[in-house]
Every structure is written in structure tokens, then in C-alpha cells.
Design a protein around this ligand. Structure first.
Ligand code: PA5
Ligand code: NI
Length: 191
């Protein structure tokens, strides 16, 4: 891996970085148990293991002084009333932060601390989100047609703890209701 300064570009439209070391895709089957409406989930999965999001990473060594970067693309769609979203995670090294910069689309970042303190912030093009150390985070795409595209960067040693969220979910859900987009308590949280 290069230890000299480097540049890359994120062309608009497309938002595929000119340098990509790792391309990750996650389909519906990777979020088993995460969506509230489990019947709707089963029906959709029965039809197709839909692509929910993709991540293009620029790799760096897993060292505290390094910064990992990438672009995440969450596609529009719903499972029941719930919008497509990422798995979400705490960082394994809990005391590490992350910065997101929204490039395209509309959505939310759903966050919470290990103590269950929630926060939900809106994402729209040009908006920067700072996720402080200790906050789990999940991106949710609420646009009907457009992808939610974000650039992110976080410390090289952060790591991903997916297990905690797989077990307890997030305390807040983002739903499409008759009255519009609603942020509601997750009735299945920590059960
Ligand atoms: O580290 C991050 O927060 C991002 O790079 C995410 O990994 C990305 O948005 C995909 O989400 P997840 O890792 O929860 O599947
Ligand atoms: Ni993260």
C-alpha cells in the first residue's frame, strides 16, 4: 500500500471512485431479522434477494493513525413500510468516530449509544454528518427513486461490530406512513 500522498475522484453522476480496492454488496438476505415486518421480508426474499446497497472502499492499513475511506450507495425501496437501509454497526474499537458527506439522494442516519441513547439526522446532498465515538450508525434511503450516496471516512483500526445490532436492532425505525416519513420506536428493540 502506498505511503505517499494520493488523490482520487468521485465523479458525478455514477459516484464510483476512480480508485476502488474493495467492492462490497449486501442483499436482503444479509439483513434477516432487521426489518420490522417479517412477513413482508419473507415475501420479498421469496421473490428475489434484492440488492440493498453497495460500498466501494479505498483500503488503508488497520492502524490507528490511518483513515479508511469509501462511498456507500443505498438503493431506494421498502420492506413493508420500512425503507431500505444498511446493516448498521458499532465500531469494534468503540472510541472511534466517523464522518459522512452526502453526495446524492435523501435519507437519514439512525444512531445510538451502547446505553440506548438515540439520534437521527437527515442526510441530503452537501450535508456533512459527524458520528462521534461510541455511536452505532445505519444509513436509511428515503427517496423513492434516487440512491442515497455518501462518502465516509473513519480510523483504520475502528473495525465493525455487527453482532450487537443483529441481536438488538436500533431503537428507532424510519417508516413510510400515510402522514409521511415517520421516525418511531422499534417495538422489537432489545427483546
Ligand atoms: O464504516 C461505515 O460506517 C461505512 O463504511 C459502512 O460500512 C457502510 O455504509 C455499509 O454499512 P454496514 O457496514 O453497516 O453494512
Ligand atoms: Ni462505521
Amino acid at each position: 500500500m502506498s505511503d505517499t500522498p494520493f488523490t482520487f475522484s468521485i465523479p458525478n453522476p455514477g459516484f464510483i471512485p476512480s480508485r476502488v480496492d474493495n467492492h462490497i454488496t449486501r442483499r436482503l438476505s444479509a439483513l434477516r431479522g432487521q426489518f420490522l415486518d417479517q412477513d413482508a421480508y419473507a415475501r420479498l426474499l421469496d421473490r428475489e434477494d434484492t440488492l440493498l446497497y453497495a460500498v466501494n472502499e479505498i483500503k488503508r492499513p488497520a492502524a490507528a493513525g490511518e483513515l479508511l475511506m469509501g462511498v456507500s450507495i443505498v438503493h431506494p425501496g421498502k420492506v413493508g413500510k420500512e425503507f431500505f437501509m444498511t446493516k448498521g454497526h458499532f465500531h469494534t474499537v468503540l472510541d472511534t468516530a466517523e464522518v459522512y458527506y452526502c453526495l446524492r439522494g435523501e435519507g437519514f442516519m439512525v444512531m445510538e449509544t451502547p446505553e440506548g441513547h438515540p439520534a437521527v439526522e437527515r442526510l441530503s446532498p452537501g450535508r456533512v454528518l459527524y458520528v462521534p465515538p461510541r455511536w452505532a450508525h445505519r444509513s436509511v434511503c428515503t427517496s423513492r427513486q434516487e440512491d442515497l450516496v455518501t462518502f465516509f471516512t473513519y480510523p483504520g483500526n475502528a473495525g465493525h461490530d455487527y453482532g450487537t445490532i443483529e441481536q438488538q436492532g436500533f431503537c428507532k425505525l424510519v417508516l413510510d406512513t400515510e402522514k409521511g416519513i415517520a421516525i418511531v420506536d422499534n417495538p422489537r428493540w432489545r427483546k
